[in-house]
Write a new protein. Structure first.
Length: 258
């Protein structure tokens, strides 16, 4: 990775900024409060911190976290694990720019209504309700229902001014990333969620907004996505170096999407 370099070797990289976008560890889907890391999510965060402490030849200049508890706790556990390895990781700072898109609010407020008008969505919802929560069929139906709802959100079909619009969400994240990448020569970690990681992928490959949402569907918990500044981009945007990497998880049972 670009940040794997000799200690103190800053001058030769003065024109380069590297940003690692990290998704939080597994949260508590189906529990009364989703915004709490599961025991596996805590393990994923600690494994990631231990891995980064060995990978990075010098500590990151800045660690930024979104405002959600699952994001902040992932950052805290990551930093604690890195420090246990002797790495001098800085304390995380919080930024609302890296909050997740309002997926739960969209599902809670609009799923039933839209399912009556959208036959495809209605079929997915019926499958979801038909199968027990612990079954593979239920998980598949949930993914299909969720992705169809997010398409409605992307297409601005909700008609709900209290829900952050898709383009507004992506603009917010893009502004946050651009601000961090302006600090040339710095290595930055951003601990956020699948949505902002998808935006980073879209920016890094210069894709359309729906690509960012589709990418978010496959972002694994505690995964690493790397962006790097590039003079080759006339718009000043970074390029994508890697997406959704999990080098710190070796047991398939530890790899999760939800």
């Amino acid at each position: 990775m670009a940040v794997d370099r000799a200690p103190g070797n800053r001058q030769s990289h003065a024109c380069v900024s590297t940003l690692l976008l990290i998704r939080h560890g597994q949260a508590s889907l189906g529990a009364p409060d989703y915004d709490v890391l599961s025991p596996l999510g805590e393990l994923q965060a600690r494994r990631l911190g231990d891995y980064l402490a060995g990978l990075l030849r010098r500590p990151p200049d800045l660690i930024v976290t979104g405002p959600r508890k699952r994001q902040r706790d992932t950052a805290s556990l990551l930093v604690a694990a890195a420090r246990e390895r002797g790495a001098d990781f800085p304390d995380p700072v919080e930024s609302p720019a890296f909050d997740e898109y309002p997926a739960l609010e969209i599902m809670q407020r609009h799923l039933q209504r839209l399912a009556t008008d959208d036959a495809e969505l209605g079929g997915h919802l019926a499958d979801l309700q038909r199968h027990a929560a612990t079954t593979r069929e239920h998980r598949r139906a949930f993914e299909a229902t969720f992705q169809r709802m997010m398409r409605h959100w992307h297409d601005d079909r909700l008609g709900d001014p209290e829900i952050e619009a898709c383009l507004g969400f992506q603009d917010r994240v893009q502004r946050g990333l651009a601000g961090l990448m302006q600090a040339r020569g710095q290595d930055v970690l951003v601990v956020s969620s699948a949505g902002p990681v998808g935006v980073g992928m879209r920016i890094g490959l210069d894709l359309d907004p729906w690509a960012a949402i589709k990418a978010s569907f496959v972002v694994a918990n505690s995964s690493i996505t790397e962006l790097r500044s590039s003079p080759a981009r006339s718009d000043g945007a970074p390029i994508l170096i890697s997406f959704n990497a999990l080098p710190h998880l070796h047991d398939p049972a530890e790899i999760t999407l939800r």
